[in-house]
Design a protein around this ligand. Sequence first.
Ligand code: ZN
Ligand code: ZN
Length: 406
Amino acid sequence: MDNAHLKKYAELLVRSGGNVQSGQLVVIGCGVEDAYFARLVQECAYDAGAKDVVMNWFDDVSVRNRYLRANSSVFDEFPQWRVDWYKHHDDRGAVYLHIDSSDPDYLSGVDPDRLRRFSKVSSMATKAHSALTMSNALRWSVCAVPSPAWAKKVFPGVPDAVDKLWAAILKGARADGSDPIADWKTHSENFTNRVEYLNRMRFDALRITTGLGTDLTIGLAKNHIWAGGGDIGKDGVPFFPNLPTEEIFTMPDRMRADGRVVASMPLSRQGNLIEGFEMTFKDGLVVSYKAEKNEQTLADIFTMDEGAKRLGEVALVADSSPISRMGTLFYNTLFDENASSHLALGKAYPNNMEGSAEMAEEERVAAGCNDSLVHVDFMFGTPDMKVVGISADGHETVFFENGEFV
Ligand code: ZN
Ligand code: ZN
């Protein structure tokens, strides 16, 4: 990819994504193989007025080596210095920019028990940090760049796979035009009408049906708020947590989901691809599930905690979004979740509930806001998907049909 496009993409992450303000601390998380892009982002962040930019390098290959070769006991502990590292930057109001390029298969063949144990201790140890980002007390933004291993997975056997994935990423992230920052402004404004409509309607529940066999009624949390097309930080500064973002989403009531949901795309998790899966809910809880492939990986999600068996997010994506139109499976949640309507098992975004900032965690949970150590998105949207909004008095309104907002 040529430098001019890369520079515009880096600027989009800094200026629109994290919306770095003058004098602010910035933390950039990036894989070592993509250092060239992280350095561009660093330059842009300083140019945007960042006081300082901290580079947080990671390396899939050494993480994999550790899972394969380290003493088993290390997966039950999370280093305190790492917790302190987050706290140090959180306390200084850092903006977190994350550049994702992971090989979807980098953990394949790793002992799932090690993954499960370490995932649990790390989620617990970083809970305070996650709470700050998930509630928008700190701004953050995630974008993707193609590592060679990832590109090979998406476009197997194609000689210029990295270039091809670059083109797909920039197109999917609406960053392939001459002025991506302006394009994102327009894109965000297009969401406003839909979000305002749904917030005005105050539906009590949604009934979602697809040709694949999904027939699920999801109760919405009483004080739910629909959001999409960007977020506002606690300090009032707007930002885009995800580049791309095509979803309009809200908070399900953790105690109300009934029926069956059939996934429309595989779910890539911890190096395994869960395929052909579905689950059945009763009173908000997953009561049965099956998968044609890697059913155990799906089962492992449910054993994390009770919240992992309940819903934390319902998101609608129009079938006409650029990612959906490409029809490419990216093996990457950031892209795949913006290709299709999805649900998340696990933790809900507190910001999707009015007044949640003033509520204690137990109050939030009692009001329907799901809590869990995980947040796992999976896709169920299809070109024939229909959504009926049901109001508290039972009145029904079809607002999404044939994969599009009506
Ligand atoms: Zn989502
Ligand atoms: Zn999600």
